[in-house]
Ligand binder design. Structure first.
Ligand code: FMN
Ligand code: SF4
Length: 436
């Protein structure tokens, strides 16, 4: 059942949580959020992560634009310990939109300049964040020229209205080579880590779920074939780009039939995601960002909200149930693999209570980092304010209105229409005036 967030005090929130039959970690002591963490020789100053958030604002050649730079400088001065850069395409064909960032040998320098400025801005407060970049191929959701041009690992009756192009093994080998070329550019441009995006319906999670694929080394009923593309790409990056940390943002459950991490009814089944984490662990992967669902099929799962997009179906689930599904799922993985740092997702619905819930999650070993997506668009200085004042400012929080999603769905630059109104409120006005 959909319900707007209307809780002004801790007691009001926790009462509603209990009345839904849920239990939510909550602590007044937020100090665990400021525990440092050490990863492969890097000292990460706190437990906040700016989650990857696509801004649809690159230059034509895929380079960061002035608007992109503005977003990342805001994150850098906000003092999060990890800045996890948004989905960056490995090839022009794999772009989710014509203005998705795309890293290539001709624009490495522009990414390097951005990273230098980001590091300089963070250093003003003596913060040295870990810079992770998410590499992606958009697969079923590719729109390189603004129109859908889906390519898939395997057919899915729920997701595919028209039969899409099924990538051959040779196509996939070429795409893997593109990941390698991009990884070398990432290293040259000064990032600390590469995330091979395996979530939200894009190509690698599609491969992990590709049971319907036939006569292929990259799919079929055997899960080890479905894991192969991701693991092989990791192995190649580790051997051909030594010195860069490798990680993944992984869906632990797609929550639809034919997806990854589900049984045949589309319900959560962590059997294969747990096997995959074993494989990642054996490759020395120490940082993994967890997510669930698909923004195209079940957006309330991946980002619990107050308002759906115009015309979108209202979900049957309460947003607090969505938040707890992600917290409990992450906790299960964190407790099974305590040697890995897991980043938890989908906290923005909790607004000014994010620090209390996040701190309790960290303290109880339910995650190692608290990832903030929409909240980072709306309130990038949350970690800075908490460090300085000890509390979040309710007038700056994300109100989960879906305005930023509406912008990017219509191929407009993405940002917060409420708290960053001058730029993105105006973008929304233009979009409405254009009748979109
Ligand atoms: C506008 C927008 C862009 C996003 N872009 C990405 C992305 O590039 N990569 C990714 O893994 N997730 C992306 N996400 C998902 C977020 O990282 C995050 O998982 C989601 O918003 C839920 O977290 P939250 O409750 O803190 O917002 C995006 C979400 C939104 C709303
Ligand atoms: S537009 Fe702003 S307030 Fe609305 S969901 Fe996006 S970040 Fe949150």
């Amino acid at each position: 059942m959909q319900e707007r967030f209307r809780y002004k005090t801790r007691d009001e929130l926790l009462e509603r949580v209990h009345s839904l039959g849920l239990e939510m970690p909550f602590d007044d002591d937020i100090s665990p959020l400021f525990y440092p963490a050490s990863l492969n020789g890097f000292n990460i100053p706190n437990r906040f992560v700016v989650q990857p958030m696509e801004g649809y604002d690159s230059e034509k050649d895929g380079s960061p634009s002035g608007l992109t730079k503005r977003r990342y400088i805001r994150y850098a001065t906000g003092n999060s310990g990890i800045l996890w850069y948004e989905a960056v395409a490995v090839s022009p064909d794999g772009r989710s939109n014509p203005r998705q960032l795309w890293i290539n040998i001709n624009n490495v320098k522009n990414f390097a300049v951005l990273n230098e400025e980001v590091r300089k801005s963070a250093a003003i407060d003596q913060i040295s964040p870990l810079l992770v970049v998410q590499l992606t191929h958009s697969g079923r959701y590719s729109k390189p020229e603004g129109k859908s041009k889906p390519v898939v690992a395997g057919l899915n009756a729920i997701l595919d209205k028209e039969p899409p192009y099924i990538l051959s093994d040779d196509d996939l080998k070429k795409i893997q080579d593109q990941y390698l070329v991009a990884a070398k550019s990432v290293f040259k441009s000064g990032f600390d880590a590469i995330d091979l995006k395996a979530c939200h319906g894009y190509l690698i999670i599609d491969l992990l779920a590709a049971r319907s694929r036939r006569n292929s080394i990259y799919g079929g009923e055997d899960y080890s074939k479905r894991f192969r593309f991701l693991l092989e790409t990791i192995d190649r990056i580790k051997s051909e780009v030594p010195g860069i940390i490798v990680t993944t943002r992984l869906n632990i459950s797609d929550l639809y039939e034919g997806g990854f991490g589900v049984n045949r009814f589309g319900e959560i089944d962590y059997t294969e995601p747990l096997l995959l984490i074993e494989e990642l662990k054996s490759r020395g992967i120490k940082l993994i960002n967890l997510s669930m669902g698909s923004p195209y099929y079940n957006p309330h799962v991946t980002r619990p909200y107050d308002n759906p997009l115009p015309g979108q179906k209202v979900p049957g689930e309460h947003p607090l149930e969505g938040v707890m599904k992600m917290i409990n799922g992450t906790s299960l993985f964190q407790k099974k693999f305590p040697e890995i740092y897991f980043v938890g997702s989908a906290y923005s619905y909790l607004r000014q209570f994010i620090p209390n819930v996040g701190a309790s999650v960290i303290k109880n070993g339910g995650a190692s980092f608290i990832g903030l997506g929409r909240s980072s668009f709306a309130y990038p200085s949350l970690p800075h304010d908490l460090f300085k004042d000890g509390k979040a400012d309710p007038s700056k929080v994300c109100i989960t209105c879906s305005g930023c999603t509406r912008l990017i769905r219509n191929l407009r630059p993405g940002g917060c229409v409420i708290r960053d109104r001058e730029i993105y409120g105006n973008e929304l006005k233009k979009l409405i005036a254009d009748g979109e």
